[in-house]
Design a binder for this molecule. Structure first.
Ligand SMILES: [Zn+2]
Length: 328
């Protein structure tokens, strides 16, 4: 049995997650380094390479223990050459991540979009386990998505496949989105979107509400607070969640009607609300999904949390690199 490790890496705006993962997809060692954004993200690949060397040293292992690296980065990825077209957060533009990281580490590298590798992670070891047709939606600061059809990630013609967050939910007079459009799902179902909806709801009525009291006191509202207060039975907070469930259920049902998936995995910080979100979401989804599509699908909360990206990265390395190496 091959006892070597795969390296899964997930680059985020504040930290980079790195893990050594065995061929069964179990995390053997994982750690984080800070994302160094100085000089337009120039040092990121070097920092990663040094951190891998350091960890191997600590563990008394050599590089021959490692098969290769699967790495996820924010922004559209050119899968042909593993370059990142643009990652505003990191300062990257046409950044040849695969080339540089291969030079720095002397290991083969596969690059994909961060939402895609998170979806693959959930497919391999998480809530999507076993499903070959799967939609993964990540509700965090933004809304990310990954679609897997017949066991393959859907990248599309120029790398923008699976951009679920930018499905238009409010076709008229919607809120501006980071992508330049208006009324995207992200402006509603992200943590920021939920907080914004809550403020709108408070402003639109004089009803008594714990949500309003809390806002008056702290001048700020988080999506977590909205869910917590809704659980205590607050009407305004519940209305906000009903709106989120409506738009998210509508978008996911329409998407599912085109894909007929086996599972829809809801991840990201907002998904920690669990059944407070999942129960109304399932009701809305059932309303808009084609009956046979609704019968075939299960809506579930992601189980890997922050590990989805590194696990998905390792899967990419396993599938792509091990096959290629055998062919070579
Ligand atoms: Zn958008």
């Amino acid at each position: 049995m091959d006892k070597r490790w795969l390296v899964g890496i997930d680059i985020g705006g504040t930290s980079i997650k790195v893990a050594f993962i065995n061929l069964f997809g179990d995390i053997v060692h994982s750690w984080e380094i800070e994302t160094n954004k100085s000089e337009r993200g120039h040092y990121i690949p070097v920092d990663i390479a040094r951190s891998i060397d350091k960890k191997l040293n600590e563990l008394n292992q050599t590089k021959s223990k490692l098969i290769g690296i699967g790495i996820g980065a924010p922004g559209p990825v050119n899968v042909q050459d593993g370059s990142i077209e643009v990652a505003v957060n990191l300062g990257w533009e046409n950044f040849p991540l695969q080339n540089i990281l291969e030079q720095e580490t002397s290991l083969p590298v596969v690059v994909d979009n961060d939402a895609n590798i998170a979806a693959i992670g959930e497919m391999w070891k998480g809530a999507g386990k076993g499903a070959k047709n799967l939609i993964c939606v990540t509700l965090g600061t933004g809304v990310g998505g990954g679609i897997i059809a017949n066991g393959e990630i859907v990248r599309g013609v120029n790398g923008a496949g699976g951009e679920i967050g930018h499905i238009t939910s409010v076709p008229k007079d919607g809120s501006p989105c980071n992508c330049g459009k208006k009324g995207c799902l992200e402006t509603i179902a992200s943590a920021t979107g939920i907080a914004r909806l809550a403020l709108e709801e408070i402003a639109s009525t004089n009803k008594m509400s714990k949500l309003r009291d809390s806002y008056d006191r702290y001048q700020t509202i988080t999506s977590k607070l909205v869910f917590d207060i809704a659980n205590e039975g607050d009407e305004i907070a519940k209305e906000v969640i009903d709106q989120v469930a409506f738009y998210l259920g509508l978008a996911l049902a329409n998407l599912a009607n085109g894909l007929n998936p086996e599972k829809i995995v809801i991840g990201g910080g907002v998904s920690k609300a669990g059944h407070t979100l999942l129960t109304p979401l399932k009701e809305q989804f059932a309303q808009f999904a084609f009956p046979r599509v609704a019968q075939g699908v299960e809506l579930v909360i992601a189980t890997l949390g922050n590990d989805a990206g590194v696990v998905g990265g390792a899967w990419m390395a396993k599938e792509r690199l091990m096959n290629e190496l055998q062919v070579r």
